[in-house]
Design a binder for this molecule. Structure first.
Ligand code: AHG
Ligand code: MN
Ligand code: MN
Length: 331
């Protein structure tokens, strides 16, 4: 019989000692929450979950009903187990400290409850992204500064993509494993281990409509790809852009490619669109664990010292040789 997520976690702990019981509980609870979000997503119009919630998050983005539902599902699932000290989310201005009525654990959970919001209503793949940190030792009360840790400090990271299949993708620092939701059994089943991203690719993912706003290194990289076989790259490239980071990254973990969301001139004061702590960091660690690379053009994303909870960052990630190429154009 194929291994369940629970079995994978137990056996990882036995072999590597990298998933203590509290972390296992945390990951199982996150998986359960993702299962519940997956069901809500699947009901769509029948469940009354589509459309706008007519509210805005701290980043000034209009929230969809599912953004809020997914956020609540993750909080309710995680607050009572005793494994967490606090949570942070794209959809909450500040951190959510575990209420006094529950015991406090030593982990911090960060998430993008629903990634790819613009794709919800059009029935295109969306997902949940999460990152797990340890609360720094010493200080008693958990605070926002506890979350401002480099991506390299993550103890677990992953996402769940709600597409034709619901797939949970996880790393605890020992490679990347994928689990497919078996709806009859109601459990995540291990369907791929030791995920590897090929170092070379002929596929890129970027929102081309922003091209006129890009910086020279990004324009140069894409121009060279577009020049195809007779250009400097000597090969033709294909383009894929779902518009949900989870789905685009999932494709890259499955068959390679390079994903970019660079800084652009539309809002020059913002370093990029994607958020460092709950989008770029977990995705970057997954990609590195699968043999790929992730930078902001200048430096490895996992080395960036965060200054703010909702900080944004430029992102270049995926097949190693392509990420190195576009990064070299920046330096
Ligand atoms: P979110 O739905 O969590 O706000 O994230 C959306 C992100 C990301 O998933 C995607 O890569 C990007 O926004 C697409 O944005 P544009 O359509 O503006 O390029
Ligand atoms: Mn997102
Ligand atoms: Mn989101």
């Amino acid at each position: 019989m194929a291994a369940s997520l629970s079995r994978y976690l137990v056996e990882q702990q036995r072999a590597k000692g990298n998933i203590p019981p509290e972390l296992r509980l945390l990951l199982e609870v996150v998986a359960r929450a993702c299962k519940s979000i997956s069901h809500a997503v699947n009901k769509g119009a029948l469940g009354g979950v589509l459309g706008s919630a007519h509210s805005e998050n701290v980043q000034g983005e209009v929230q969809k009903k599912l953004d809020i539902i997914a956020n609540e599902v993750l909080i309710e699932a995680n607050e009572w187990g005793g494994h967490l000290a606090a949570m942070a989310s794209e959809e909450m201005d500040s951190i959510y400290v575990v209420p006094n009525r529950y015991p406090q654990g030593e982990y911090l959970l960060l998430f993008d409850p629903l990634d790819g919001s613009s794709n919800i209503d059009v029935n295109v793949s969306i997902g949940t992204i999460f990152s797990v940190l340890k609360k720094p030792e010493g200080n008693l009360a958990v605070c926002e500064a506890d979350f401002l840790q480099k991506g390299q400090a993550q103890v677990a990271a992953g996402y769940c993509v709600y597409g034709p299949q619901t797939t949970l993708v996880l790393t605890v620092g020992d490679g990347v494993a994928m689990f497919t939701l078996d709806r009859e059994q109601g459990s995540f089943v291990l369907t791929q281990e030791h995920v590897q991203i090929p170092a070379d690719t002929q596929e890129f993912a970027v929102n081309m409509s922003n091209m006129r706003h890009w910086d020279a290194p990004v324009t140069r990289y894409i121009d060279e790809c577009l020049a195809g076989q007779t250009g400097p790259r000597g090969k033709d490239f294909n383009m894929r852009w779902v518009g949900s980071m989870v789905a685009d990254v999932h494709r890259i973990l499955t068959r390679g490619g390079v994903f970019m969301y660079p800084w652009d001139k539309r809002e020059p004061d913002k370093p990029g669109k994607l958020r460092l702590l709950y989008e770029a960091n977990p995705m970057s660690w997954l990609v590195e664990q699968a043999g790929g690379a992730a930078t902001n053009g200048q430096q490895r994303i996992l080395d960036i010292q965060p200054q703010q909870l909702h900080q944004r960052v430029s992102v270049f990630l995926g097949s190693k040789n392509e990420v190195e190429r576009v990064s070299a154009f920046h330096n």
